[in-house]
Design a protein around this ligand. Structure first.
Ligand code: GLN
Length: 546
């Protein structure tokens, strides 16, 4: 029997609802249950693919090629279950489906309305998960009280009613703000937010109260009394030292136990989960043996969420190497200067990573970063755009083709990086033109690649057949392969048909690898991605040299 847990948020956004959901998923999994996590997003975009990373943080890409909310990344990192298209839906997609049905006449002449047509579409999205896991955790984006989340709340209210208390549970995450003048944490916003939920017919049975300091038992009791919730189900959720500590701290305060108890699983609630893996990860994080600094040369550097999976993958590489990884974000535009200036920016840095990116701004700086790493033999990791810029650097500076560029930002010049207009997926040809929609039309999701025998990447992966997730529109032109290989830039990974370069590595450098895909998306704390493990290892070795 599948049980459903609906997670809503109140008071403010950015409460760590996604992380809390992921941690609860991990805890239930550690008790031997099969879990599935999904997210309902109330915004109107059909998916977050067209949103700026500044606005919405990273776009997380799934194996089946969906561009989804970054919380799905948390879900995957914490449970190890690969996320898929059907784990995330937005108002935009719900309405698209409803309107398509309306055009096809599927509503048989009915007046199409939010209730029941939109809410039914949302309920179908949730019901489709029935039978796929023991627990389905369903997070509702946004904050209770927002106009746009109302249809979602109405849908989960109806769904919860239909399932009954044994199969559906509402868990609400709130904030207790600290007021310095009064010297105390305040419970009133939580009371109001629960009232708001009750007004739409949802009665939460568990409250997860976020606070930046210890919450007095008397405050927890007060919330229980005013909000009509069992005392032991008002759970304090304090800030953790690392996100990977959250499963451990939430277990300590009884979150998973209370969830099982709320479902009437009293005996199950008394058992202990196996948290060995999380304890091992935390021991490593808390007791590093060494430290490295990695420069991330990008352009969304002032919003940490823009590079969420990347940051985490670097941390995972650190965990594997018993190293603390310090990330120094550097605006790529700062690198568009002379060598002395770049050297100044990079003081004390043990590795350079150029992450994925779009558009012209910062491109020249990224090319300079690749050049500096090549010439100074500093470990270089280029991801997607970071590979493309490393290739441009080599073509310009080693092959002497000054006008080498990407058609992404220069119509003229020599297009070493060009718009991909066709490629194969699952033996079918995919075609795109330069005038197709921007949303959902990139080369997206998992594609296989063949690695060159004896190459560094084959050694790192321990195999010559890999599958990694993609999200890009442009491609390195294979015609430069022979000339670049003469200069030490080896095309060590190609698409199975041999047409699309997937990986380039230098054979004259301690660690210089560029990949067309996004390895960071598949890295997990308990299963770090081999490229990140190897990159951090190389950075540690570089640190020993200086
Ligand atoms: N802008 C480049 C492309 O579309 C790189 C994309 C990326 O880094 N994800 O090919």
């Amino acid at each position: 029997m599948t049980r459903f847990i609906f997670i809503t948020g109140g008071v403010v956004s950015s409460l760590g609802k996604g992380l809390g959901s992921a941690a609860l998923g991990a805890l239930l999994q550690a008790r031997g249950y099969k879990v599935r996590l999904c997210k309902l997003d109330p915004y109107l975009n059909v998916d977050p693919g067209t949103m700026s990373p500044f606005q919405h943080g990273e776009v997380f890409v799934t194996d089946d090629g969906a561009e989804t909310d970054l919380d799905l990344g948390h879900y995957e990192r914490f449970t190890g279950n690969p996320a898929c298209q059907n784990d995330n839906v937005t108002t935009g997609r719900i309405y698209t489906n409803v309107l398509q049905k309306e055009r096809r006449g599927e509503y048989l002449g009915a007046t199409v309305q939010v209730i029941p047509h939109v809410t039914n579409e949302i309920k179908d999205f949730i019901a489709e998960k029935d039978g796929t896991a023991d627990f389905v955790l369903c997070e509702i984006g946004g904050t209770v009280g927002d106009i746009e989340s109302l249809p979602f709340l109405e849908a989960i209210r109806q769904f919860g009613n239909e399932m009954g208390r044994e199969r559906a549970l509402f868990l609400h995450v709130t904030l207790l703000p600290y007021i310095p003048a009064a010297g105390e944490l305040k419970t009133k916003p939580t009371q109001h937010s629960v009232k708001e939920l009750m007004a739409v017919g949802i009665r939460p049975r568990i409250l997860l109260c976020r606070a930046d300091r210890e919450i007095d038992q008397s405050d927890l009791n007060k919330i229980a009394l005013f909000c009509n919730i069992d005392e032991e189900k008002v759970i304090p959720a304090l800030d953790a030292s690392s996100i990977y500590e959250v499963p451990l701290t939430y277990h300590k305060v009884g979150l998973d136990t209370q969830v099982l108890d709320a479902f009437g699983l009293k005996d199950e609630a008394k058992k202990e989960p196996d948290l060995g893996a999380w304890e091992r990860i935390m021991r490593r994080i808390k007791n590093p043996e060494t430290e490295v600094t990695i420069a991330v040369v990008g352009k969304y550097t002032n919003l940490a969420d823009s590079y969420k999976s990347l940051n985490e993958a670097l941390v995972h590489g650190g965990i594997a190497n018993k190293a603390k990884v310090k990330i120094k974000f550097i605006e790529a535009t700062l690198f568009d200067q002379d060598e002395a200036g770049i050297a100044h920016e990079l003081q004390g840095v043990n590795g350079i990573l150029v992450p994925g990116g779009f558009g012209e701004r910062g491109a020249e700086g990224k090319i300079k970063a690749a050049q500096y790493a090549r010439e100074k033999k500093i470990p270089y990791f280029g991801i997607c755009f970071g590979l493309q810029m490393a290739v441009l650097e080599a073509v310009r500076n080693q092959l002497g083709i000054d006008k080498a560029t990407s058609s992404e930002f220069d119509e003229d010049g020599e297009h070493v990086i060009g718009l991909m207009t066709e490629w194969t997926k699952d033996n079918k040809k995919e075609e795109r033109g330069s005038d197709t929609d921007l949303g959902g039309t990139m080369r997206l999701g998992a594609y296989p690649a063949k690695l060159k025998e004896g190459s560094k990447v084959a050694e790192i992966y321990g195999t010559t057949d890999i599958e990694e997730r993609h999200r890009h529109r442009f491609e390195v032109n294979i015609n430069y392969k022979d000339r670049l290989e003469e200069q030490g830039l080896i095309f060590s990974g190609l698409s199975p048909d041999g047409n699309l370069p997937e990986i380039c590595e230098r054979n004259d450098h301690p660690w210089f690898i560029g990949v067309q895909y996004h390895p960071e998306l598949k890295s997990k704390p308990f299963d770090p991605h081999p490229l990140f493990v190897s990159f951090i290892e190389a950075a540690i070795a570089q640190g020993r040299l200086v």
